[in-house]
Design a protein around this ligand. Structure first.
Ligand code: ZN
Length: 191
């Protein structure tokens, strides 16, 4: 297994539509395993292939909360085949938009169809954080970020801050300054 670099916005690859995988072969399984390791190291609870620069319809998740424990989930070509009329609002974060969070409204329950790590067709009914997380990851496969669900004012503010943070990091690296320590505050999960 190998750690991959997680792309952060604004990066044009995060806005592209990913292609379905023809089948879950050894190469796709390798990608799934590398993505899971990268997600754990981040740390995050979900990751989509385009976030590591692979434009394939593959996502991984592992939610470990008091109320929801999924264990590792591997999904190729995931699609929502049913969504509830009822909505739910969650504060979402994203590994590609580090340290930014916003309330996003999505259907509260969804049924997702996908191919598992063995290439077997599966269907899963999801609610709560898992439903949010899966919809967030499928959005990534269509080039959609959680900030695309919020007001353009807030979106532009977040994207400007990310660009500024990246420039400061690049400047510090060029000057040989050590990286600023990661903030260790209680925040919404990054997915
Ligand atoms: Zn994300």
């Amino acid at each position: 297994m190998a750690l991959k670099t997680i792309l952060t916005a604004p990066d044009p690859r995060l806005k592209k539509k990913s292609k379905p995988v023809a089948s879950v072969d050894a190469e796709v399984r390798q990608l799934m395993d590398d993505m899971l390791e990268t997600m754990y190291a981040a740390p995050g609870i979900g990751l989509a292939a385009p976030q590591v620069g692979e434009l394939q319809r593959v996502i991984v998740l592992d939610i470990d909360r008091e109320d929801v424990k999924t264990g590792p989930l591997f999904m190729a070509n995931p699609e929502v085949i049913e969504a509830s009329d009822e909505d739910a609002t969650y504060e979402e974060g994203c590994l590609s938009l580090p340290e930014h969070y916003a309330d996003v409204v999505r259907p509260a329950k969804v049924t997702v169809r996908y191919l598992d790590r063995d290439g077997k067709k599966q269907e899963m009914a999801c609610e709560g954080l898992l439903a949010t997380c899966i919809q967030h990851e499928i959005d990534h496969l269509d080039g959609i970020l959680f900030v695309d669900h919020i007001s353009s004012l807030k979106r532009n503010m977040i994207l400007r801050k990310l660009l500024k943070a990246r420039k400061e990091k690049e400047r510090d690296e060029a000057e040989g300054k050590p990286a600023a320590p990661k903030k260790d505050k209680e925040t919404a999960p990054a997915i």
